[in-house]
Design a protein around this ligand. Structure first.
Ligand SMILES: Nc1ncnc2c1ncn2[C@@H]1O[C@H](COP(=O)(O)OP(=O)(O)O)[C@@H](O)[C@H]1O
Ligand SMILES: [Mg+2]
Length: 406
């Protein structure tokens, strides 16, 4: 497989674009008739066929596609190429070219942002213009909207996505479990691009790889939702169960909370939230030292209700929560170190050497310990994973990675 599936099976004819019959009808009417507007906006979520539809239009009407991006809008000579023919006064739609301004969302209204140039382009262009956007209803586009006909594309329905995936599987002569296909579709949320990317992972790296990738992604989504609830919903007794739906461990959740408290609280609330966080941390320490798991209740209490109740006033703003940066890395490194230590200690015992000596040789352990030895040492899954990671990393860093088979 050389081309990624998204390109290999890109819809390039109207008949290949599924679930967008209304939009196709509107775009055809626009180009067949005598439209009042000189430009057309294809508005819709990612992966619903906006770019493909423009390509299909060019193919079926035999037009050359001239692509512009936001920075081209500030490039005079590039613009002149498309503006020139206007002065020759030929009719708008008989010229054999369309201009595609793809993904216009990034264009800004400021002086050098490109939006004014785009408006000029629309009024002077000798060719019809297609603009694609994910959200044309942003305020900054109000003038642009008036100058264009708007065609809306919708997220694809699940059965349509299943159809698209199954057609590709057939062409690729591959088979996936029905549940995997359903899972891909559920995760795509109407986005064909995302579905095809996941399909690619399943086909080339295996269904298990896809599953673990999806669960990682799920974890991220749920921690975002959890943080939003924690900081922005009114607190109640339900707040105590707020972490029950995430598969993330309490310790890691605490790191996320710590990182994001300053983004949500200020002043007194900020201080209160940190106080709860530190109380929760004290109980965590007691749990570790005394193995007294009953304290989990308190750790959870201060982390959930404690942090949430630090402020009675709840903001409704959009916060882009950040993953815990430095601290998470240290924490992960410690986790790794713990694995290393436990492996070294098991190895030292088996080979009758001191732990200290074994630690000195730990760099070589990933190679000394083969699969059989792993069994003998009774390593758990995490420890095996650690060794496997190390083997890969060492090979890469010594430049042998070209011999690795992925
Ligand atoms: N409605 C659709 N029917 C069939 N395939 C689609 C559809 N929408 C998108 N695709 C496929 O998904 C991929 C991305 O489509 P694209 O047109 O780039 O989406 P957009 O521009 O809306 O983000 C392409 O491989 C395309 O063939
Ligand atoms: Mg696109």
């Amino acid at each position: 497989m050389t081309l990624p599936l998204i390109e290999k099976y890109r819809a390039s004819k109207f008949s290949e674009i599924k679930g967008q019959d209304m939009a196709i009808h509107e775009i055809k009417t626009f180009f067949n008739g005598f439209p009042k507007k000189r430009a057309l906006i294809l508005n819709g979520p990612v992966g619903t066929g906006k770019t493909s539809m423009t390509i299909a239009l060019a193919n079926e009407y035999n037009l050359e596609l001239f692509e512009l991006n936001a920075s081209d809008l500030r490039n005079r000579s590039k613009l002149e190429e498309v503006l020139k023919p206007a002065s020759t006064q030929q009719s708008l739609f008989k010229k054999g070219k369309i201009i595609l301004m793809d993904e216009a969302d990034g264009i800004t209204a400021s002086d050098n942002g490109g939006l004014p140039e785009l408006l000029v382009l629309i009024s002077k262009s000798g060719f019809p213009i297609i603009i694609t956007a994910n959200d044309i209803w942003q305020r900054k586009f109000s003038l642009l909207r008036q100058k264009c006909q708007i065609v809306n594309l919708k997220e694809l329905k699940e059965p349509t996505l299943v159809e698209i995936i199954n057609e590709i599987l057939k062409k690729e002569n591959k088979h996936l479990k029905k549940e995997t296909v359903n899972l891909i579709v559920k995760n795509a949320k109407g986005d064909v691009r995302s579905a095809l990317n996941d399909l690619q992972t399943a086909i080339s790296l295996g269904e298990d790889t896809l599953l673990s990738e999806l669960s990682e992604r799920e974890k991220q989504v749920t921690i975002f939702e959890t943080l939003k609830k924690l900081f922005q919903s009114p607190f109640s007794s339900d707040t105590l169960e707020i972490f029950d739906n995430t598969s993330m461990e309490l310790d890691e959740i605490a790191l996320w909370i710590e990182e994001n408290i300053p983004a949500e609280y200020e002043g007194k609330a900020l201080a209160k939230a940190y106080e709860s966080l530190s109380k929760s941390d004290i109980f965590k320490g007691r749990i570790y030292r005394q193995q007294y798991w009953r304290f989990l209740v308190y750790q959870n209490f201060f982390l959930s209700f404690g942090v949430s109740s630090a402020s009675k006033v709840k903001s409704q703003k959009f916060t882009q929560y950040r993953p815990p940066s430095r601290i998470l890395k240290i924490w992960l490194a410690n986790q790794k170190n713990a694995k290393k230590k436990s492996i070294v200690s098991k190895y030292a015992q088996m080979s009758h050497m001191s732990k200290k000596k074994a630690m000195k040789e730990s760099y070589f352990l990933p190679f000394i310990i083969d699969k059989k030895t792993e069994d003998k040492l009774d390593l758990d899954e995490k420890e095996r994973e650690y060794l496997q990671d190390k083997r890969g990393a060492i090979i890469v860093s010594s430049g042998l990675n070209k011999f690795r088979i992925n």
